[in-house]
Design a protein around this ligand. Structure first.
Ligand SMILES: [Zn+2]
Length: 263
């Protein structure tokens, strides 16, 4: 808990306000409320006027990207989190006696302007993403917002994408890291059915039930793998429009499936 020294540094009015909050709300303070009390001073006062003020007309725009309640300091916390690269406590300590919040506002607005410049549509999944981190990672790259918009539209209508929140970072990273999208995988029934058909054919031919092993020249050429030694593979890669259906499923031995890579 707070040391007596902090009480001595904190104006009485602030301490009163702080305890009033505890008493009225009857719920524990959120971390940012506690930090506001600890580092109370001109900086916090100005910060709250800008970011914790439900009368601020910008809140609506900001809430497209930021989740949480204005009154419970969610926007002030995000502004500080972005500007401090996740080190809110130190940042507030350093700026405690500042008579302005120019730097904080400038950085916050850069992030917001960047998001709304790259992504011209607002989707509900954008709310609460790690925009501060994404801004740091990608803001120096150039994006064509019209192309981005078209790609989002395409990905939103893709039934195989399980994680729509990942679409934004996927696009920012040049649409490479499909792990972000959690593309639906083949279900067990499909795998079993494909395995059975493939294995029956292979046994007839006296070849391996892994098509890649079957065309090889080593001892596995005639090996019949068990279901548990195989993994499902998209024949046509998902990223190239291949469906996650039995027709587009082939079982490969684990080694060959891995060799085909993340598709
Ligand atoms: Zn194989």
């Amino acid at each position: 808990m707070l040391s007596p020294a902090i009480f001595c540094m904190t104006p009485e009015s602030q301490i009163k306000e702080w305890f009033k909050t505890i008493n009225i709300a009857g719920v524990p303070l959120v971390p940012q409320e506690l930090l506001n009390a600890i580092y109370s001073g001109p900086f916090v006062t100005l910060g709250k006027e800008e970011f914790s003020n439900s009368q601020n007309a910008n809140i609506q725009k900001w809430s497209a990207y930021i989740k949480g309640s204005v009154n419970r300091q969610a926007f002030f916390e995000r502004a500080l989190d972005w500007a401090s690269k996740g080190n809110i406590d130190d940042y507030m300590s350093i700026h405690r006696n500042d008579k302005n919040i120019n730097e904080l506002k400038k950085y916050f607005n850069s992030v917001i302007d960047w998001i709304s410049g790259v992504f011209i549509d607002v989707e509900s999944e954008m709310q609460g993403l790690e925009w501060g981190r994404l801004y740091e990672e990608y803001h120096k790259k150039a994006y064509d917002s019209k192309k981005v918009s078209a790609e989002i539209c395409k990905l939103y209508s893709d039934p195989y994408i399980k994680n729509r929140k990942g679409i934004f970072e996927f696009i920012l990273g040049s649409s490479v890291d499909t792990k972000l999208l959690e593309v639906r995988i083949f279900d067990e029934a499909t795998k079993k059915a494909v395995y059975a058909a493939q294995t029956a054919k292979a046994e007839k031919k006296g070849r391996s039930n892994c098509s890649h092993c079957a065309i090889g020249h080593d001892a596995n050429k005639e090996k019949i793998w068990s279901l548990s030694d195989m993994d499902a593979d998209h024949v046509a890669a998902w990223s190239k429009g291949g469906a996650t259906s039995a027709k587009n499923c082939e079982m490969l031995c684990k080694t060959h499936n891995r060799a085909k890579g993340n598709r």
